[in-house]
Write a new protein. Structure first.
Length: 85
């Protein structure tokens, strides 16, 4: 069952990247980037569990934190128009 899910996660990640590159608005691009990061972290977590690599599972946490930082920076930019401070 897990081997059926991995290609679907890969396909959805590719589709999210297309929306990130060609999205109509900045909000659509940010949302697609978030879902891409979360889907990729799920993919890496499953692969890490399958091969028994705890490092890969730990890297998913870093990937999710990057997605959170992206949300913070974009929200700050949209609210104030600058990224400084």
């Amino acid at each position: 069952m897990v081997y059926l899910v991995l290609p679907l996660l890969s396909l959805s990640s590719i589709l999210y990247l297309l929306v990130v590159c060609r999205g109509p608005t900045i909000s659509d691009r940010v949302l697609s980037a978030d879902v891409f990061f979360y889907t990729s972290s799920l993919f890496f977590g499953i692969v890490g569990l399958l091969i028994g690599s705890p490092i890969m599972v730990a890297c998913t946490v870093v990937l999710v934190l990057w997605a959170y930082a992206l949300d913070i920076y974009v929200a700050k930019y949209l609210e104030r128009g600058e990224l400084g401070d």
